[in-house]
Structures are given as C-alpha cells and as structure tokens.
Write a protein that binds this ligand. Sequence first.
Ligand code: SF4
Ligand code: SF4
Length: 362
Amino acid sequence: MKKQTALFWLKITLIIYILATIFVASLNYGMQNIVSPKQAKVIHQIYKIFENEFKISLILICSFLSWQVLKKQKNNKLQKINLIAFSTTALFIHGIIPWLLNNRELYYFFMPLPWSSLGLQLLDSTSTYYTQQLNLWGVSGIFIAVVFFLISNGVVLLGTLMIGRRWQCSYLCMLNGFVSEIWSKVFPIFGKKKKISSNLLKFLNVFRWIMLGLSLILTTWWLFRIFGIPIKGSKEFISEFEVIKYLSLELLMMMFLWIIWTGRGYCYYCPLGAFLSLISKVIGQKIKTDNTHCINCNQCTQRCPMSIDIAKAASKGKAVNNLRCVGCGHCIDICPTRTLSYETHFIKWWRTKFNHPIVKKD
Ligand code: SF4
Ligand code: SF4
C-alpha cells in the first residue's frame, strides 16, 4: 500500500473515531436519564458495541495502516512494538477478557488509580454507581469487576516499576496512548505541526500536578468512605463532578488537542501519567545518549511528542530523565546514528544478568 493512501485513511478513520466518540458519549451521558427504560437499554447496548467490537476493529485496521507507513521508514522497531502491544491490549481488554468473564464493561477499570475512582465506588455499597451496576451485573459480576480492577492496578504498578511509563503509556493505555501511537503520523488533523510555546509548556507542567492533586483527593475521599471514616461531601455531588471532569477536561479536550495540536496533548496533564512519572524517576527511567556518536541533527527533539529537548542533552552526553517522557521510543527510532537507548534500573540489571536487552537498540 502506498504511504499517502495509508495516511489518508488514517486521517479519515481518526475523524470517524472522534465523531463516533462524541455521538456515543452524548447518547450515554446526555440521554440515558431522560429517555424511557427501553430506550436507555438500547443506548447502553450501542455504548457496549462502540467500546468493544467497534474499537477493536478500528484499532486492528488502523494499526495495519500505520504499519504500512512505518514500513517505509528506515528505523521503526520501537514504534512497531508499540503498535503490536496496543493491538494485543485492545484484543484482551475489549474482547477476550469481557467474553471470558461475561462482562463487556470491564474496560472501565483498566485505567488504574488515581486516574479514575470507579473501581473504589464499586467497593462502596452505598454509592450510586454500585447500585446501578448491581442491577446490571449482580453480586458475582461486581466481584469479578473488583478483582479485575485490583489485578489491572497491580499489573500497571509492577510493569511501571520494571520498565517505566513505557509499560502504560506505550503499551497499555486505552484512553490516549493507543490513539497517539496508532495515528501518530496524522497529527494534528487540521493545520501544520506546531511547536508548543514556552508559556503553555510552563502552564501544562503545573496543571499536571493540579490534576494529580485533584485525582488524589477524589481517591482519598472514596477510600475514607470505604473504610468508614467520617468525611464531608455528598457522594452524588462527587460522582457527578468526576463525570463532568472526565467529559470536559479529559475526553473533549483530548480530542480537541488531536485536532489542532498533537496526539499526546492529554499526556501533558494526565494525572495517571504524572503519578507514573514519579515512579519512573524512582526506578531510573532515562534515555541514554552518547555525544561521541551524536551528529547534532536535532531529529530526536523534533520527533518527540512531549517537547523534550533530547538533542541538547545528547550533545553534552547527558541522559534524558524528564518527567514528561512517556517512553514512546520515537526519538530512539529516528536517531540516524543509533545513539539513543531506553533504560531503567531493571532493564540495566536484566541486560547485565542475562546479556540480553528487553528494550533493544539496533
Ligand atoms: S500519560 Fe496518561 S493518557 Fe497519556 S498514555 Fe500515559 S496514561 Fe495514557
Ligand atoms: S524523550 Fe523520546 S521516549 Fe521520551 S517522550 Fe520524547 S520521543 Fe518519547
């Protein structure tokens, strides 16, 4: 397939995904409570088909298209791994696991704490969410969802402890990560690629911690309730607030940023990303550079979706351990002299012990 044809279809499919998301979210969040129970059931079915069958098909088709584009590029190893990982995650989260456990809404619990408190709300038998889901799933369904939520939290935590944010942001994230990798070649949808201004970057660097603070407050609030510790605030208000936050600051803003700026726009202020970046710091996540091979071509910096100046660090032989780094590996792939490599303490240990890299440099 020609590169231009694949790029054209990637853009079209992304527009379709955005329109479909807006349509289904409007139905689900705007209409659900004002229509008859029969119509609400139909809306619920549409939402489930969108989140499962539609999403899997789209991800597989678009990963194939993206693969066709990557094939024309000389170095593409890490981006290909990202595509394979996201397609596999989508198959498991939106297909195989829901089918095995007979629950097609388990994906709700795949973004771990502190991003969403839905899993905690399921542990509070007085919450509105618990009551709603009890009617739909029964007690055994709630139990399965809670176990899935705990396992997915454990998997993300363990994976991040070993290989940094690459684990979540380049392999698992079914919110923004998969879109930013699968459609990485077609952002922004309208207009030319834009460089972020230093003022906006400063604002986002602060806003990220505000979002994390807010998520931690909400998480703590639900934990207090679960453990029976008295706390002020109405559960209806808190749940409503979280839905509004999700729809406005997260879902809609994320898509707006795809249209005008970059696929990773939301990652600049994602609370989960901020939380994982702190863990990544502890486990020594970095992009290693080597100034004896760096030819100062600046391609790594231009390619970085998180506006990190890798070339500057590479020219001095310094490692890049910026908190914004999502570990996507685009800088490593693009480097013409194969100067850069991804590392954490665990990856280094593995390489030394088994003489075999987990994340391999060509
Ligand atoms: S920063 Fe957040 S939204 Fe972005 S890929 Fe990571 S977890 Fe997903
Ligand atoms: S520094 Fe490299 S790995 Fe990190 S976000 Fe930028 S391009 Fe991705």
